[in-house]
Design a binder for this molecule. Structure first.
Ligand SMILES: [Zn+2]
Length: 279
């Protein structure tokens, strides 16, 4: 068995891979052990996800919608007092509606008690053109594709040998080839997406969803199918991230968006955006 990133033997690997980080609320989208080897799993966890989750946008997002981290904690966010002293704020995990304010010195406490005001900057969107974020999305794209094809027999071998994915996997794992792999970011709906699920009779919160788009006709000859542009479209708490798996280009996606009134495929029926597909 070979790892889908480094292609080394992963038969003895022990870690399961979370396609989207657990600290972003994912408990179910998982690849079994051996799909991603322990060394790659460790690399993505420590060098990519950790950095992304500590970015001001993701930190404030996790705090304001109160997603527990892997260790069961809601992150603190940075704020300041009326006198511009830095403080950290943590929302309570019980139902008491209190907040915990962590301050550094007596002077800060005095200001807090005197003015009773705390300012918390709202960071509504993630950064554009960020290397760690592009690797983060690239890694999720490859793993989501692996999950999608993983029902086929002997899929992992074919996946590892698929040269069409080499550029993206080498970029995600080793930063090879490009200084950044371009991604497209925009808000498509509110942070809180809550819907009533009749089956389970529960109110569910939509944390993330994704799908794939191939905007061109699939070219086929002699049993070989070729896809020139394969886009992965992911939404995390209302922000849509799009990346191309087959080449580092977004032009075709931008054209697709303008041809489709800037709709998101995540808000369309499958037959609306895959009418070109007749495999
Ligand atoms: Zn590996």
């Amino acid at each position: 068995m070979k790892c889908i990133f480094c292609k080394n033997d992963s038969s003895n690997s022990k870690s399961v891979e979370h396609i989207i980080s657990e600290s972003l609320g994912n408990k179910t989208q998982i690849l079994p052990k051996g799909v991603v080897c322990d060394i790659c799993n460790h690399y993505f966890g420590n060098k990519i996800e950790k950095v992304v989750l500590e970015m001001p946008y993701f930190k404030s997002l996790r705090a304001r919608i109160m997603i527990e981290s892997k260790k069961g904690k809601i992150p603190a966010i940075s704020g300041f007092t009326k006198n511009k002293d830095d403080v950290e704020i943590r929302f309570s995990q019980d139902k008491s509606n209190t907040i915990e304010v962590i301050y550094r010195d007596e002077k800060t406490l005095d200001t807090l008690l005197k003015h009773d005001e705390i300012y918390v900057p709202l960071i509504p969107e993630p950064p554009q053109n960020d290397l760690h974020l592009s690797k983060f999305i690239a890694k999720i794209a490859i793993e989501a594709l692996a999950k999608r094809v993983s029902k086929a027999e002997d899929w992992q071998n074919d996946f590892v040998e698929n040269e069409g994915l080499d550029e993206l996997r080498n970029f995600a794992r080793y930063g090879k080839g490009y200084s950044i792999w371009p991604y497209h970011v925009r808000r498509i709906y509110d942070e809180f997406q809550i819907k009533f699920d009749q089956k389970s009779n529960k109110i569910l919160e939509k944390l993330n969803e994704h799908d794939f788009l191939f905007p061109d006709d699939v070219i086929s000859n002699d049993e070989v199918y070729r896809i020139d542009n394969l886009y992965f479209v992911l939404a995390i708490m209302g922000i849509e991230y799009t990346i191309n798996l087959t080449n580092a280009g977004l032009d075709r996606y931008l054209k697709w968006l303008s041809d489709n009134q800037n709709k998101s495929i995540l808000q369309m029926e499958k037959n609306e955006f895959h009418s070109n597909l007749n495999l």
